[in-house]
Design a binder for this molecule. Structure first.
Ligand SMILES: *Cc1c(COP(=O)(O)O)cnc(C)c1O
Length: 376
């Protein structure tokens, strides 16, 4: 069988044990394991608030929506974002009728602080920072810029489950208003689909709870009439059905136990790759800062002829990938075409190497050998 580019490894028996508990208890929806997982995630990351959702995409939507509500942003206001990301980061901005303004990426494929500052206008309200491949990039500088210009900072932490800096989760840094994680099927902490939104303020965290569950507010009745009035609640907002469920949380709880161990293996594979490619003058390795604590969701190379290499690898039963195509090439973002020429150029040469728990050292050696055989 061909080597896949991304492939989750589930701890099947333990996952089934956790799921079985849900089924026997007759509790597969919101609550029970979802609350347990929120607590475990807070313990693991140090986030003060965490709310379990059915995806990162909906979490990013709520992040933008709540910031817009709380700060009186207007339709057409701008959020500076990256063109090298999965489209959800930018769709979340569009859902709320705000405008993604694209800035260039740096050597880590994260937002370049200098270009971000250049793209600020009097309509800029926030920055959407993607921790590309688990990298922290120049997040510290972006935080400084946001503080200086009074902008909010949303961290799309879809790739960052397990990334730390000196033992601290960057999503918890002062200046990050909200961090959103993904537990989608091929992410480092894989479930089927789910995600987590982590605010640093209680007001937004509470609002999230309501907006993610159809705008339902149980608080007033729950406080005064314990139990008896369970059916009686207020609906304060036209909210959404964005909450996560106990089955997914059951898988997440199991997978979380192995996250650090698995990320350590990812780093081991990355070291082998780096060693294997460092002497090839035609290959550029995408570096990570804080590489000893990076979650390495993705391992990227830049090569002269990406399409040809993809083809060659596939013929050798090795599936590589592309993360990501410059978003301004897509119809919905083509108003911004040409605004990030450097990122566009980078995107044309990016290729994603396989990186996951199923890879043996032999696989990694074979991949290195094949890439070096072709790129010369
Ligand atoms: C996967 C991903 C998302 C979306 O996550 P879902 O949980 O699938 O909604 C958002 N941003 C980035 C950078 C991603 O890789």
């Amino acid at each position: 069988m061909a080597i896949q580019v991304l492939k989750p490894k589930f701890h099947v028996d333990e996952c089934l044990e956790q799921i079985k508990e849900c089924l026997e208890k007759g509790w597969t929806g919101m609550g029970f394991k979802t609350v347990e997982f929120e607590e475990e995630w807070k313990k693991y990351t140090g986030h003060k608030y965490a709310y379990y959702l059915n995806s990162n995409t909906v979490g990013l939507h709520l992040a933008v929506k709540i910031l817009k509500m709380n700060n009186g942003w207007k339709d057409g206001d701008e959020i500076i974002s990256t063109p090298i990301t999965f489209v959800s980061s930018n769709h979340a901005i569009m859902y709320e009728r705000l405008k993604p303004v694209f800035a260039e990426v740096d050597q880590y494929l994260c937002l370049d602080p200098e270009d971000v500052e250049r793209k600020i206008t009097d309509k800029t309200r926030a920055v959407m920072f993607v921790g590309y491949g688990g990298r922290v990039g120049q997040l510290e500088k972006i935080i400084q810029i946001c503080k200086k210009h009074n902008l909010k900072l949303i961290l799309d932490a879809a790739h960052m489950s397990g990334t730390k800096v000196n033992g601290v989760c960057p999503g918890t840094w002062d200046g990050v208003d909200v961090a959103v994680y993904s537990y989608q099927a091929v992410k480092n902490l894989a479930t089927g689909d789910s995600g987590m939104i982590c605010w640093n303020d209680e007001k937004s965290a509470n609002l999230t709870r309501m907006l993610a569950w159809c705008g339902i507010n149980k608080d007033t009745y729950a406080r005064s009439n314990k139990g008896t009035y369970a059916w009686k609640y207020d609906v304060d907002y036209v909210g959404y059905k964005y909450n996560g469920n106990a089955i997914m949380a059951a898988i997440a709880l199991t997978q979380l136990k192995y996250l650090d161990e698995e990320n350590a293996r990812r780093r081991e594979i990355v070291r082998m790759y780096n060693e294997g490619f460092k002497n090839n003058p035609l290959i550029k390795i995408v570096p990570a800062n804080y590489e000893n604590e990076c979650s390495y969701h993705l391992y990227e190379l830049m090569v002269p002829d990406r399409e040809a290499l993809l083809d060659f690898m596939s013929k050798n039963d090795i599936n590589c990938g592309v993360h990501y195509r410059d978003n301004t090439e897509y119809l919905v973002y083509d108003y911004a075409k040409g605004t990030c020429p450097k990122s566009h150029e980078i995107s044309d040469h990016l290729i994603t190497m396989p990186l996951h728990m199923w890879l043996t050292d032999e696989d990694v050696k074979k991949i290195i050998e094949k890439v070096n055989e072709f790129v010369q």
